[in-house]
Design a protein around this ligand. Structure first.
Ligand code: C2O
Ligand code: CU
Length: 441
């Protein structure tokens, strides 16, 4: 090849790079069986993973770009990929039976993702999810803002928990009666990016953006960095309306937060434990270890906020369009069903809303279990809890509805299509707690 041809070739590659694979992105995600080494066992644990990685590859792209990902199913059962939190074309949402056919063993599906929202998102299967997520299929998806922020460091922590047996294998029974009667399957080994209690090195003076993602099957995390203050700057991917201090923030399965942390200049040599505090007994998730080095100068800037995104005032004169009662019944596929208005998926009490009209919906939990309710393809604002005004200073795509609690949310259906709405405790969803919101032009 002569020089001119090489230049042209590189230019074309560059163009494709822009469109298809931003800075070395995986353009292929292959789900397959493999092995993973946990520190406690002599043998490797059989897992299912994307591209042989636990967690799956970190996807990082820029807002405004279109990413094309070829999903190859190397499992022995059907699967799909859902891009949690991303508002994309409905046909790319990855829900078998709703937006696409299941991707059979040996088959592939090309996902074309037009990235209109920056933020912290993640991806996971939406088929036999109680098992597929639990065996390791999940990964983080970051969409970067158009304008780069001058953080000293960015950390991305996918929180997870595994239910491992003494021989190192994953407990092979899913959707057990126990899981279904309780808050789903909670594991015995919490991990951050697949690592058990990792020590993460930072430098004194650094200003860190810590992205936390709860990718667990059912466990709720309430991470606290002991001895260090942190500000919440984004929830479920979107900048908050008003920045607030991290204080027992509850991350249910599906939820994400972005934290702004400045390591004190004098902290060289210190360690800060990060504990999970949702359960009565706190447990160590990770440790921030500050290097014994010259302090760096913390960059001085204010992370963006978003006051005008679906503000609460928008819903002041809006009637409640629907109340979904959350409860359990006997019967169904597993002996116990989890219902929305006494109906089990796929025989669900569905909603049907016109495009662009603000809607109010209530999730009313009549049970004494937890239900992190997630709506695909939309962000919503929590307006009331138990009938009393309780406006959150951020929007979400997943809200934890506690025992006997009712939560009123407001949203604007902005994207046409059929959007799945479900409890993000996988075994509850599979035992019926799913419905759809159809948005029509
Ligand atoms: Cu994390 Cu139906 O989604
Ligand atoms: Cu639930």
């Amino acid at each position: 090849m002569n020089t001119a041809r090489i230049i042209i070739f590189t230019l074309i590659l560059g163009l494709f790079g822009q469109l298809y694979a931003y800075a070395g992105q995986p353009s292929k995600l292959v789900a397959k069986e493999g092995y993973y080494q946990f520190p406690f066992f002599d043998t490797q644990t059989p897992v299912w993973s994307y591209n042989d990685q636990i967690p799956g590859p970190l996807i990082r792209s820029k807002v405004g770009t279109t990413l094309v990902i070829d999903f190859v199913n190397g499992l022995k059962e059907p699967s799909s990929i859902h891009w949690h939190g991303l508002r994309i074309e409905n046909a790319m949402d990855g829900v078998p039976g709703v937006t696409q056919d299941p991707v059979g063993p040996g088959e592939n599906f090309i996902y074309r993702l037009k990235l209109d929202d920056a933020g912290t998102f993640w991806y996971h299967p939406h088929f036999n999810s109680s098992e597929q997520l639990e065996r390791g299929l999940k990964g983080v998806f970051i969409v970067e803002e158009a304008e780069k922020q001058p953080w000293s460091r960015e950390l991305v922590w996918l929180m997870d928990d595994w239910l491992l047996q003494k021989d190192g294998s994953i407990y092979p029974q899913f959707n057990t009666g126990r899981d279904l009667r309780h808050d789903g399957r909670w594991g015995n080994v919490p991990t951050i990016n697949g690592l058990f209690r990792p020590e993460i090195l930072v430098k004194p003076g650094e200003r860190v953006r810590l992205r936390l993602i709860n990718g667990a099957n059912a466990r709720v995390f309430s991470p606290q960095i002991e001895g260090l203050s942190a500000n919440v700057i984004a929830v479920d991917g979107r900048p908050v309306t008003q920045i607030f201090a991290l204080d027992r923030f509850v991350l249910s399965p599906g939820n994400r937060i972005d934290l702004d942390i400045t390591i004190p200049k004098s902290a060289g040599g210190r360690t800060y434990p990060v504990n999970g505090r949702f359960t009565r007994k706190p447990f160590l998730l990770a440790t921030l270890k500050v290097a014994q080095s010259e302090p760096v100068k913390p960059p001085d800037f204010t992370p963006p906020t978003e006051a005008s995104f679906i503000p609460a005032q928008m819903f002041e004169n809006v009637q409640v369009a629907k109340t979904w009662d959350l409860n359990a019944v006997r019967g169904g596929k597993y002996g116990i069903g989890w219902t929305l208005n006494m109906k089990l998926w796929p025989d669900a009490d569905k909603a049907d809303y016109p495009l662009g009209v603000p809607r109010k919906v209530i999730f009313k939990n009549s049970s004494s279990r937890l239900h992190p309710m997630h709506i695909h393809g939309v962000f919503f604002r929590v307006l009331e809890r138990n009938g009393r005004k309780s406006v959150e200073s951020f929007t979400r795509d997943t809200v934890l509805v506690g025992p006997k609690e009712s939560v009123t949310i407001g949203f604007v259906p902005e994207h046409p299509g059929i959007w799945l709405t479900h409890c993000h405790i996988q075994s509850h969803a599979e035992a019926g707690m799913m419905t759809t919101i159809e948005v029509k032009e």
